[in-house]
Design a protein around this ligand. Structure first.
Ligand SMILES: [Zn+2]
Length: 179
């Protein structure tokens, strides 16, 4: 960790404590050259292993650039993409593994992207799951319709017998899905 003041590469740890429920470690450091102090917040490295066997650190930037193309022309702003990348990272880190295969990152993107924008989701899924025919698209769209606009594929559809209160922020079109 380089000193932010003089760029010296070496520092001494003067204090170390866990933060955010032990997910990160905050370290108070003292530069061995200029003696100024600074704090670092260190997260365990999450490695993504590509098909080639090469691993690289997980990067939210890469998640964003991976879905940006699918979101072209869609009403999806940079903040939503940043939030999506954050959700993906949280989902992957919550599994507690230090290494994940890259295809699992792709899988973890599908759910949040589906909630964000269905068209972008279909585009992304078609590439990611290598849709090869119209039937593949039809099946995916049918599943989107079945599960409702905000359905996350993993969750079973709730029984809609009474009229359930709409979750906050839910699009009004959800109403049309009720009997
Ligand atoms: Zn320094």
């Amino acid at each position: 960790m380089k000193c932010p003041y003089c760029q010296h590469p070496d520092s001494r740890v003067v204090d170390s404590r866990e933060a955010e429920d032990g997910k990160v470690t905050r370290r108070r450091r003292s530069c061995t050259q200029c003696s100024r102090r600074f704090t670092t917040v260190e997260e365990p490295v999450l490695a993504v292993v590509k098909r080639s066997g090469v691993s690289e650190p997980f990067s939210r930037e890469k998640v964003v650039s991976g879905v940006r193309k699918a979101c072209q022309g869609r009403p999806v702003d940079a903040d939503s993409l940043a939030l999506l990348a954050q959700k993906v990272e949280e989902a992957i880190r919550s599994r507690g593994a230090a290494e994940v295969p890259s295809h699992e990152v792709g899988l973890a993107i599908l759910g949040p992207l589906r909630e964000l924008d269905e068209v972008a989701y279909i585009r992304f899924a078609s590439v990611y799951r290598s849709f090869s025919s119209l039937e593949d698209f039809e099946a995916e769209i049918a599943s989107l319709r079945e599960n409702g606009p905000s359905g996350s594929g993993a969750r079973p559809v709730a029984n809609v017998t009474a009229s359930p209160p709409l979750p906050e922020g839910e699009p009004a079109r959800l109403v049309e899905a009720s009997p």
